[in-house]
Design a protein. Structure first.
Length: 54
Protein backbone atom coordinates (compact mmCIF):
# COMPACT_ATOMS: atom_id res chain seq x y z
CA UNK A 1 0.00 0.00 0.00
CA UNK A 2 2.76 2.48 0.90
CA UNK A 3 4.62 1.62 -2.29
CA UNK A 4 1.52 2.44 -4.32
CA UNK A 5 1.21 5.81 -2.54
CA UNK A 6 4.89 6.53 -3.20
CA UNK A 7 4.42 5.67 -6.88
CA UNK A 8 1.42 7.97 -7.21
CA UNK A 9 3.30 10.73 -5.39
CA UNK A 10 6.24 10.33 -7.79
CA UNK A 11 3.89 10.47 -10.79
CA UNK A 12 2.24 13.63 -9.47
CA UNK A 13 5.66 15.24 -9.00
CA UNK A 14 6.71 14.24 -12.52
CA UNK A 15 3.44 15.55 -13.96
CA UNK A 16 3.90 18.93 -12.27
CA UNK A 17 7.42 19.17 -13.67
CA UNK A 18 6.20 18.20 -17.13
CA UNK A 19 3.47 20.85 -17.03
CA UNK A 20 6.04 23.48 -16.04
CA UNK A 21 8.36 22.35 -18.85
CA UNK A 22 5.63 22.56 -21.46
CA UNK A 23 4.51 25.98 -20.21
CA UNK A 24 7.97 27.54 -20.59
CA UNK A 25 7.24 28.86 -24.11
CA UNK A 26 3.97 30.34 -22.79
CA UNK A 27 5.32 31.94 -19.61
CA UNK A 28 4.50 35.50 -20.75
CA UNK A 29 0.90 34.53 -21.54
CA UNK A 30 0.61 32.78 -18.15
CA UNK A 31 1.91 35.92 -16.41
CA UNK A 32 -0.75 37.95 -18.19
CA UNK A 33 -3.50 35.45 -17.38
CA UNK A 34 -2.81 35.52 -13.64
CA UNK A 35 -3.23 39.31 -13.58
CA UNK A 36 -6.95 38.78 -14.27
CA UNK A 37 -8.94 38.84 -11.02
CA UNK A 38 -10.14 35.34 -10.19
CA UNK A 39 -7.53 33.59 -12.34
CA UNK A 40 -4.90 31.77 -10.31
CA UNK A 41 -1.73 30.07 -11.49
CA UNK A 42 -3.59 26.76 -11.29
CA UNK A 43 -6.35 28.07 -13.57
CA UNK A 44 -3.82 29.53 -16.00
CA UNK A 45 -2.00 26.22 -16.16
CA UNK A 46 -5.20 24.35 -16.88
CA UNK A 47 -5.95 26.52 -19.92
CA UNK A 48 -5.30 24.91 -23.25
CA UNK A 49 -2.39 26.54 -25.14
CA UNK A 50 -4.75 26.86 -28.10
CA UNK A 51 -7.05 29.08 -26.04
CA UNK A 52 -4.23 31.55 -25.28
CA UNK A 53 -3.98 34.24 -27.92
CA UNK A 54 -0.52 35.44 -28.89
Amino acid sequence: MLRAIDEVDARITWLGEEINRQLLPLRQQVKLLITIPGISLVMARSSSPRSVST
